[in-house]
Ligand binder design. Structure first.
Ligand code: SF4
Length: 221
């Protein structure tokens, strides 16, 4: 299986089916970062309530958030689960970025590699959260590697018996470093994973079953 051409084929099939999913649904980069922390270990539906609560108190920017009390934040984000831990993370991250750079925009002006190193040493920012912030909040050409992507690509036959980070990191090159395509491609994979490539996959009706290794192997009598 040729990795670059199959990625383009998958993008084509998924885009034909789902179109522009307009992900991430946030009004500002700060809101993306806050949502990326809140969505850890929970569904987006639970995050939406927390975002609405923070918006109602004008706390959806790093400056305001960094000055808010722990008690207030934890009450407002309760619906997202692990709220004490997430409160600490939100406060730690917002205070550091706000005090050292004044804004997320100023941080992003330091360049992608600087931001990778800077965000990577913060408590509460793992690979998936960092990729989401780099791509959706800072508009850097980054591919978001999450559990949906790994499950789908392994089944499809694009990843063999290990998670090949180098291959996955070549996806921005394959998509011509096009930020919109990178944003939408991740959203398309999530949509496929919700509709077909679930923990119990619905292969028979899946729009990608034609070239999928998992489906072909299962179909062999
Ligand atoms: S055919 Fe099955 S395993 Fe392959 S992508 Fe579709 S749902 Fe996933």
């Amino acid at each position: 299986m040729n990795f670059p051409s199959e990625i383009l084929n998958i993008e084509h099939v998924l885009f034909s089916q789902y179109g522009d999913l307009k992900w991430w649904p946030a009004k500002t980069p700060d809101e993306v970062l806050i949502g990326a922390i809140l969505t850890q270990n929970t569904t987006w539906k639970n995050v939406e309530k927390a975002i609405d609560n923070l918006a109602s108190e004008n706390l959806l920017d790093l400056g305001s958030l960094s000055n808010a009390s722990r008690e207030k934040i934890s009450t407002l984000i309760k619906s997202s689960g692990f709220y004490n831990q997430k409160t600490e993370r939100l406060l730690g991250i917002s205070r550091k970025i706000y005090s050292e750079f004044g804004s997320l925009h100023n941080l992003s002006r330091q360049g992608m590699q600087f931001c990778i190193d800077y965000l990577g040493q913060m408590k509460g920012i793992g690979r998936e959260t960092m990729d989401s912030i780099l791509l959706y909040a800072m508009d850097f050409p980054r591919f978001v590697i999450d559990k949906y992507t790994i499950r789908f690509m392994t089944r499809y036959g694009l990843l063999q018996d290990h998670i090949d980070i180098e291959k996955l990191e070549s996806i921005p090159d394959i998509l011509n470093h096009d930020i919109w395509r990178l944003k939408n491609f991740h959203a398309l994979i999530v949509e496929l994973s919700k509709n077909f490539c679930r923990s119990e996959p619905l292969c028979k009706n899946c729009i990608l079953n034609k070239n999928c290794k998992y489906y072909k192997d299962k179909s062999v009598p």
